[in-house]
Ligand binder design. Structure first.
Ligand code: G4P
Length: 522
């Protein structure tokens, strides 16, 4: 049996961030296949076949064929225990997607070689950068004609502002894709040839030995030239800069054809961090410390339509979780026994008896937990840092359909807001309810849960996308509130304006330089 320390050090917990269609599902499936966690590809997502993956629990998920909330997949590879936290790759992603990034130690960013950096990737990237976690880039779909690799690298650095170090480099692309020049392993990995002959070693000069046919191809020469350029003018490889998220190692490949995936996985495992310490009110909590602690980063409701159970997802930050153990909920100081726990694999909800730092467990919840809650065992109280409040982008006005049912309406809203499912605002004077979300789907989940859990039909009227900017209390001037800059308060009573668009925001700042506008996320 491995020691507790070895167990913890073998964990690699990460999320894949990408824009929809870049290939996240495909890459995830390939990674799971290497780990033997699934028998055949195609089980993660079945939107084409009508079969739904088990990560698509909620009804809404089923209707749309997408995964609303992130599930967790665990597998072993090369002595490492890997936890992949899935993030919804749909435009309707929610705050849970962001929060999932609070529970990982690194991220894998997939980019479609033909499309480059896309909107959702930028949003998710920013959250990762805020945390300073290592980001590994996989540029996908090399079996198709994409944009020139040098251009993609330049875009990475310009748009995301992160330095890059290509670990390998494509030789050709699309119909003429010959393979990748692996700078790190000093070999060429050939595309679609027998496994045995797949690798061509490179000599000291960085060229293929002898007279292999690849050397006669002009694309090979071109790749060598580009490598030369990278060697001379590119960034230097630095493990330290990778570790603090300043430099992203870039891998090229094709998830669909399973090309470059294994090399990626193996190299990734070499540089990806084991569970990292986490800030609490008692200082950084060491993942190797024996006292169990963890925090709730996501609450998923109605996974089983027959029950109204919820699952609170907990990232274990230190110690060992054991089924039946007693813990304290830091927010209330209440002790409780954790008897019902569940761990999530791609195709099964299996019970977990033990988990260590870096692992994710799901606890059946009957309304005990809120997003950001800390639980711990032992006598030493711990409270982890608060999770950030993500700035919403979409807003709706909401009211109860049946005016006689105000009570259940208010109860439902308050609980869902506390739980972290949605954000609540009220207009400054009239106290009308406005809900904010980072993705449309949050509103649908809200509506669904209000009806099913609180028996409250709601009326939602979209007021579209807005740019929220907070102001200081003493700057409140109601006469400045208009449809273009709506003055509201958040659930803590703090004033903010909802600007109609960038233009309205700029116009306002120019006109009222005395009012300081701020975004808590920045
Ligand atoms: P996502 O989870 O990031 O949304 O992407 P997903 O893996 O579902 O992949 C999106 C589409 O891109 C899929 O096409 C998938 O087969 C394709 N794809 C993924 N990796 C590669 C690759 O390396 N090369 C090529 N050529 N295609 C790749 P699809 O199933 O036909 O669906 P769709 O395109 O109709 O959505």
């Amino acid at each position: 049996m491995a020691s507790f320390k070895d167990e913890v050090l073998s964990r690699r917990t990460f999320a894949i961030i990408s824009h929809p269609d870049a290939g996240k599902t495909t890459l995830t499936e390939k990674l799971l296949l290497f780990g033997g966690a699934i028998r055949a590809a195609g089980t993660v997502k079945g939107k084409k076949t009508g079969k739904y993956a088990t990560s698509d629990w909620m009804e809404i998920e089923k209707q749309r064929g997408i995964s609303v909330t992130s599930s967790v997949m665990q597998f072993e590879y090369a002595g490492k225990r890997i936890n992949i936290l899935d993030t919804p790759g749909h435009q309707d992603f929610s705050e849970d997607t962001y929060r999932t990034l609070m529970a990982v130690d690194s991220a894998v960013m997939i980019i479609d070689a033909a499309k480059g950096i896309e909107a959702q990737t930028i949003k998710l990237f920013k959250v990762c950068r805020m945390r300073g976690i290592p980001i590994f880039t996989f540029i996908n779909k090399l079996d198709r004609q994409g944009r020139p690799p040098l251009e993609l690298l330049a875009e990475l650095e310009e748009v995301l502002g992160i330095e890059s170090y290509p670990m390998n480099w494509p030789i050709g692309m699309g119909k003429e894709f010959l393979g990748i020049y692996d700078r790190y392993h000093r070999r060429i990995e050939q595309f679609r040839v027998d496994e045995d002959e797949r690798f061509l070693p490179l000599n000291d000069a960085g060229e293929v030995e002898g007279d292999d046919p690849i050397k006669e191809n002009a694309l090979y020469d071109q790749a060598l030239e580009e490598i030369l350029l990278l060697n001379e003018a590119g960034n230097e490889f630095s493990e330290e800069r990778i570790a603090n998220g300043k430099l992203t190692p870039v891998f090229f490949g094709s998830a669909l054809t399973n090309f470059g995936v294994q090399t990626f996985l193996e190299t990734y495992l070499q540089f990806a961090p084991s569970p990292q310490g986490r800030m609490s009110d008692a200082g950084v909590i060491d993942p190797l410390s024996e006292q169990f602690s963890g925090f709730v980063f996501k609450i998923q409701a109605n996974m089983n339509p027959a029950h109204r159970d919820r699952i609170a997802f907990i990232r274990v930050c230190s110690g060992k979780f054991e089924r039946g153990m007693s813990v304290t909920l830091a927010r209330t100081g209440k002790q409780m026994k954790l008897s019902q726990s569940t761990q999530f694999l791609a195709d099964d909800r299996s019970t977990v008896d033990e988990a260590v730092s870096g692992d994710i467990i799901g606890l059946y919840d009957t309304g005990t937990y809120q997003i950001g809650d800390t639980i711990y065992s032992g006598k030493q109280p711990v409270q982890f840092e608060k999770l950030p409040q993500f700035t919403p982008e979409l807003f709706v006005k909401v009211s109860a359909k049946n005016v006689m049912k105000q009570k259940s309406f208010h109860k439902g809203i308050n609980q869902l807001v506390q739980e972290g499912a949605i954000q609540l605002y009220r207009t400054w004077h009239t106290e009308d309810y406005i809900l904010g979300a980072v993705g449309q789907l949050q509103f649908e989940v809200f509506e669904h849960r209000m009806k099913n859990e609180y028996n409250s039909d709601v009326v939602m009227e979209s007021i579209g996308s807005k740019i929220p900017r907070w102001i200081y209390e003493d700057a409140v001037d109601e006469s400045l509130s208009s449809s273009r800059s709506l003055l509201v308060k958040d659930r803590f009573g703090k004033p903010l304006f909802l600007f109609e668009n960038d233009f309205a925001l700029r116009w306002f700042s120019d006109k009222h330089p005395e009012i300081k506008l701020y975004n808590p996320m920045e």
